[in-house]
Design a protein around this ligand. Structure first.
Ligand SMILES: *[C@@H]1O[C@H](CO)[C@@H](O)[C@H](O)[C@H]1NC(C)=O
Ligand SMILES: *[C@@H]1O[C@H](CO)[C@@H](O)[C@H](O)[C@H]1NC(C)=O
Ligand SMILES: *[C@@H]1O[C@H](CO)[C@@H](O)[C@H](O)[C@H]1NC(C)=O
Ligand SMILES: *[C@@H]1O[C@H](CO)[C@@H](O)[C@H](O)[C@H]1NC(C)=O
Ligand SMILES: *[C@@H]1O[C@H](CO)[C@@H](O)[C@H](O)[C@H]1NC(C)=O
Length: 657
């Protein structure tokens, strides 16, 4: 929905409200839309990490661990999901939730759509490290809203050490980072794919290098930079060079497209790139690469490196779950043992309504149940999730229109910038709102950094469902296009024996102040301005707004506690109830009774700690949570702070069958 910058001077210069106003926003996990911790309703910097093309108001701030905003990255809260395990039954499910605005999916006859649409869900992970040991390429949210730096190469004959100097001069650990500096540098220096359809857009050439590279696309003709994202990779899927993104699911225009996506996915299909000593190359194809004395390397995507298998023989002996190859992020051409990925899940995109940022069929939120990966190394992973929403029209065949239809002296592009059309007779012509940079357009959102942790002992072989909170403070017009608070999934239906990991994150700087962009500033809600807080107390019926008196609450009596954030055993039902009701501020009731859990826990006893503020103001914004196995039955719960009848209902239900 942002006005885009036109690459050319049109006779009629005006600010275009483009036809293709669409957007995509993650709600579970919270999508950043490039926000970090700004107090304003509009994000500060749309170029911070990636090109979302979304409205400036979308997105959620990074979570805080404590009860105050902090500029220390270690004080940010990273969601901590437990991985699946090695058994077939031990799946961990995260129900990813989003809204997309221009509609998607659906059968042409019974549910007509006004555009073609593809949704691509991907993630990237690396071994987690202590923040103090973060390196140049470590994924991070950063501490400032500024974009990471990039300095251009001086010339085509740069040396490797000159390249490395540019990198170390540019990268700083206080800026957010998903893609590596080298990834962008390769994109900046690699010639763009000239076979692509660019309509009548005029794609620029790199200053200094004298050719047009992969940072210039039809959607980004001026080569604007967004973090270290590569614009060509961003706009096209499946991409034809190695990337760090691992595919989870492709929600295609129709199921017949799936064999194409699943066979071309980098998860299963190695892609090549040209290797030169300096660490980047102008050459895009194998032929150009080799005839200019480069080395063409086929690289493999992978789940993680299996460093314990040091040679091809021992790697291949492990069976077909492993491959001996050059990993996607290798600097050179060294072969390693890699844990393979499987092809992405692929199916027809779920139906949603055009021009409506909302729900899908039957009023249900758009969701995808992501089965979290299992990392055989047992290492905690640091990860990012990404969704792209790709819409196109039938004004040209999106899959079979290429550079031969680009505007030049002989050819006219099948779509033209804001064309005038004749409506007959001698009437004046009418102008269509067509921005060819956005005809066929990709939107994106990404999560903040989160962890995928190996399961602690005792959780093997069971299914884990993640129960989280979505939304941020403010009323509906203040938070839009983010959403108001609720539990997610609001109604969780599971089987006896399944585990529920309750966890949430919130920010202390969701003030939604000015600038407010296209909407209203303000953060109507309970408790300290700008703060998100959540808790869980039992209610008997979803229509109730009064919780069950603490003494009579039974929801927390029957579940088996399989794991709790403070790691202690011997937690009693009342301790669990007070932990969830206070967002972990208290961990037990009386010091004398909870001594069994150890001295650390007893200092968190209700009779030891300063009083919890009645609206949870002094409780932490995020709650690492608890893993419970509920008995058969139906349980209802609510949040005491945010639930306010007539204004906002923050309630949930767990059904165990
Ligand atoms: C950031 O927070 C961590 C964890 O609380 C602490 O160890 C570290 O000293 C803090 N760093 C700064 C610069 O305050
Ligand atoms: C978007 O769709 C177009 C076809 O309309 C395709 O060429 C392109 O690769 C797709 N990009 C992404 C990121 O899905
Ligand atoms: C599926 O979608 C593709 C791409 O839009 C289109 O070319 C094809 O005709 C569609 N197939 C069916 C069976 O609808
Ligand atoms: C509750 O609704 C009123 C009026 O409908 C509105 O002014 C107020 O901001 C709302 N409060 C919250 C927290 O949404
Ligand atoms: C609940 O919402 C109403 C309506 O907007 C508001 O006046 C009231 O202050 C809210 N309740 C609390 C406890 O904040």
């Amino acid at each position: 929905m942002e006005p885009s910058t036109f690459a050319w001077t049109s006779l009629v210069v005006f600010m275009c409200t483009s036809l293709a106003t669409a957007d995509i926003y993650f709600h579970i996990p919270r999508g950043s839309n490039n926000r970090l911790n700004e107090k304003s309703a509009a994000r500060k910097n749309a170029n911070r990490m990636f090109d979302s093309q979304n409205n400036n108001r979308g997105g959620y701030n990074v979570g805080d661990s404590g009860s105050a905003a902090s500029t220390n990255e270690t004080q940010q809260y990273r969601m901590k999901y437990f991985q699946s395990d090695s058994s077939a039954a031990g799946k961990s499910v995260l129900t990813v939730e989003w809204t997309n605005q221009h509609g998607c999916g659906g059968n042409e006859d019974s549910n007509p759509q006004k555009q073609n649409c593809i949704l691509v869900l991907q993630y990237a992970c690396q071994d987690d490290v202590d923040d103090a040991r973060g390196q140049a390429d470590t994924f991070r949210n950063g501490k400032t809203t500024q974009t990471a730096k990039y300095s251009k190469p001086g010339s085509l004959t740069e040396t490797k050490s000159q390249k490395d100097n540019r990198k170390s001069g540019d990268v700083s650990l206080d800026k957010g980072l998903h893609e590596s500096w080298d990834w962008y540098n390769k994109c900046y220096t690699r010639q763009r794919n000239k076979g692509l359809f660019t309509a009548d857009q005029n794609l620029k050439a790199n200053n200094g290098l004298g050719y047009s590279s992969a940072i210039y696309t039809r959607q980004n003709p001026n080569g604007n930079r967004y973090g270290y994202e590569c614009p060509e990779e961003r706009d096209y899927y499946p991409y034809w060079h190695p990337t760090m993104w691992k595919d989870i699911a492709v929600m295609a225009e129709n199921a017949s497209m799936c064999s194409y996506y699943t066979s071309k996915s980098f998860n299963v299909q190695p892609y090549g790139e040209c290797l030169e000593n300096k660490g980047w190359s102008k050459w895009r194809t194998q032929e150009e690469c080799q005839s200019n004395s480069g080395t063409w390397i086929l690289k493999h995507n992978y789940l993680e490196k299996a460093t314990q298998y040091k040679n091809q023989g021992s790697c291949e002996q492990q069976g077909n779950k492993y491959v001996w190859g050059v990993p996607s992020d290798a600097a050179g051409n060294e072969l390693q043992c890699l844990v393979k990925l499987s092809a992405p899940d692929c199916f027809e995109a779920p139906w949603s309504r055009s021009n409506h940022l909302g729900n899908g069929v039957d009023g249900k939120a758009l969701t995808y149940d992501w089965t979290l990966p299992y990392f055989p190394s047992g290492k905690t992973q640091r990860c990012v999730l990404r969704i792209r929403y790709n819409i196109s029209t039938d004004d040209y065949d999106p899959h079979h229109t290429d550079h031969t239809k680009n505007n030049d002296i002989l050819t006219f592009s099948p779509v033209q910038q804001n064309p005038y059309i004749d409506i007959g007779g001698r009437s004046s012509a009418l102008r269509l709102a067509i921005n060819t940079a956005q005809y066929g357009r990709v939107f994106q959102d990404r999560s903040h950094v989160f962890q995928l942790r190996p399961r602690p002992a005792g959780l093997q072989g069971a299914r884990i469902f993640n129960l989280n909170v979505r939304g941020k403070r403010g009323n509906i017009v203040q938070v839009y296009p983010a959403v108001e608070y609720d539990f997610a999934p609001t109604r969780l239906e599971i089987k006896e024996g399944d585990l529920v990991h309750i966890q949430w994150t919130g920010s202390n700087s969701h003030n939604n102040g000015n600038p407010a962009g296209d909407g209203q500033a303000g953060d109507a809600g309970e408790g300290t301005s700008g703060t998100d807080r959540n808790n869980m107390v039992e209610i008997l019926d979803p229509n109730d707004n009064y919780p069950v008196p603490f003494e009579q609450s039974t929801m927390w009596d029957t579940p088996v506690i399989k794991w709790i954030h403070h790691g202690k055993t011997g937690v009693q039902p009342k301790d669990l109830a007070v932990d969830l009701a206070s967002a972990g501020y208290y961990r037990c009731i009386r010091k004398t009774e909870c001594q069994a859990q150890g001295s650390i826990v007893s200092s968190f006893a209700v009779d030891q700690k300063p009083k919890l503020q009645s609206q949870l103001n002094n409780a932490p914004a995020s709650y690492e949570g608890v893993m419970l196995r509920f008995k058969k039955g139906t349980h209802h719960y609510m949040c005491t702070r945010n639930n306010n009848f007539t204004n906002r209902s923050q309630k949930g239900t767990i059904v165990v069958k």
